[in-house]
Each structure stands twice: as structure tokens, then as C-alpha cells.
Design a binder for this molecule. Structure first.
Ligand code: GDP
Length: 246
């Protein structure tokens, strides 16, 4: 089987889709019958601040960024029901997976989606004006129901951000894995190799991890430059670990 046939993409069913009971609809649109793609991974995630910021790192500093983080964390659609704040994350696999799902999702902006691609998933989304406490218009938030990786590089980064290797069946893993030999903990954004009170376990000896994660952890622990930050690696290992109100 060649790499194109194994291509993978990350799909997130966002909180607005959950709130509007569109999960089944989205999954039908993406079904193997319609797309020839298969699930390689699936999980329900309460999105932490760290995970949200890592996922949307490319938008940091933009005007809509704070509302985007609130949106993906579910704070917007479930302001008084924190237990319902979640997204459903999938890895889909198969020939041309990235472009196939981007096509079915449609344009980022739901108004464009309705105008230019009626019938796509995001045509069912909305644009919500954001105002400050005095009622001044600050910009728009695009509630567009679904995230789908944009290209091969984003797909790898995003799948490794949301999924551990063991979340994906061994024969469906696309990226290199290794067995970890050390403990790594996180405490106050610092990486530790032994437990201290208040630290959170990321990985332990015997765990199967993405090779790129372990290489990053080893560099970061030595204080050397790494291709990604501690948070990029840590966010996934802490998914659904805590009930922090961060
Ligand atoms: P996508 O790949 O089509 O989801 O688009 P991006 O990855 O560029 O953006 C991620 C999310 O940020 C989008 O789904 C939108 O919710 C939001 N977003 C992106 N660009 C804009 C923008 O120009 N204005 C606003 N308000 N939101 C945006």
C-alpha cells in the first residue's frame, strides 16, 4: 500500500455541531460509503486551554483568536454546562483523505460556504458578531461546525497533537513510534524526569510514543532548541486528565 492510500487527516466536530445535534449528520457525510475513508482513531475531548492554544497556534495574535479559543473549548455554546464542553476528534484514513474531507466541509466562512458551495457541512454554520461589554463591535466569530486538516504537514502536526499512538490501532499508525525509556512530568511548564508534588505524568517507561515527541522531550529536558514546545508535546498526554478551569 502506498502513502497516498494511507493518507490521514484530523477531523474535529466542534461544540456548535454538538449543540445542534449535527454529529450524526457530519459522520454520515464522511462515511466510508461516501468517501471511501475509514476511521483510524476517535475520542471525546474536553479541550484544555493548552490544547486549544496549540491547535490554533497559527492564529495567535489575531483579533478573532480569543473568541476562537473560547469557541473550541465549548465555553461559548455551553456557558453554564461545563460538563458538556467537548469536541469529538477523529483520524480518517484513505486515498486523498485531506482534500476529500476539506471538500465536504467547505469554505471556512459559513456565508461563503452557503453562497459558493451549498450543501457542504459549513453551509450550516453561522457568523456571530463579537462585542465588548459596552456593545462595541470587535469582529466576527465563525462557527463552522467542523475542523479538517488543510494539508499533509498540518495533518501530521494535528494528529500528533490530539492522538497518542495507542489511540490508533498499530497497523493504522502512519508516523514513527518508539518505546519510552524514561519518566517525563510537567510542573509549572517545566519538564521533569522524576516526580515532584504537583507534577503531572506525561509518559512513563514502556509507553509507546511518537518518535518526534520523544526526541523533542529529550532536547527540551537538556535545554536544547527543539522543533516544538513543551506544551505541544504535553497537551495530548494531558487530554481529559484534569478538571481544571483554566
Ligand atoms: P479552516 O482550516 O478552514 O478551519 O481555517 P483556518 O485553519 O485558517 O482557521 C481556523 C478557524 O479560525 C476557522 O475555522 C474559523 O473558525 C477561524 N477563522 C479563520 N480565519 C478567520 C477570520 O478571518 N475571521 C474570523 N472571525 N475567524 C477566522
Amino acid at each position: 500500500m502506498n502513502l497516498t492510500e494511507l493518507e490521514q487527516t484530523l477531523v474535529l466536530i466542534k461544540p456548535d455541531a454538538l449543540k445542534n445535534s449535527l454529529t450524526g449528520y457530519v459522520l454520515s457525510q464522511l462515511s466510508e460509503f461516501h468517501t471511501a475513508l475509514r476511521f483510524a482513531g476517535a475520542k471525546i475531548v474536553q479541550v484544555s486551554q493548552m490544547l486549544a492554544e496549540e491547535h490554533y497556534a497559527e492564529h495567535r495574535g489575531k483579533g478573532f483568536y480569543p473568541s476562537l479559543i473560547e469557541y473550541i473549548r465549548g465555553n461559548v455554546h455551553y456557558p453554564n454546562e461545563p460538563d458538556k464542553r467537548r469536541v469529538v476528534a477523529f483520524v480518517y484514513q484513505g486515498p486523498g483523505a485531506i482534500q476529500k474531507i476539506r471538500d465536504i466541509a467547505g469554505p471556512t466562512n459559513p456565508h461563503n460556504a452557503r453562497d459558493n458551495k451549498p450543501g457542504c457541512i459549513r453551509a450550516l454554520g453561522t457568523i456571530v458578531p463579537i462585542k465588548d461589554e459596552a456593545g462595541n463591535f470587535l469582529g466576527d466569530r465563525m462557527d463552522n461546525l467542523i475542523h479538517a486538516s488543510a494539508n499533509l504537514g498540518d495533518a501530521e502536526r494535528e494528529i500528533k497533537l490530539w492522538f497518542r499512538p495507542v489511540d490508533i490501532p498499530p497497523l493504522m499508525r502512519l508516523y514513527a513510534t518508539v518505546k519510552c525509556q524514561e519518566h517525563y512530568y510537567l510542573k509549572n511548564n517545566q519538564l521533569l524526569t522524576s516526580y515532584e508534588q504537583g507534577s503531572l505524568l506525561l509518559v512513563a517507561p514502556g509507553d509507546i510514543v511518537w518518535q518526534s515527541d520523544l526526541e523533542a522531550l529529550q532536547l527540551l529536558h537538556k535545554g536544547l532548541p527543539s522543533p516544538c514546545s513543551i506544551q505541544t508535546v504535553a497537551a495530548k498526554y494531558l487530554i481529559n486528565e484534569s478538571t481544571e478551569n483554566d
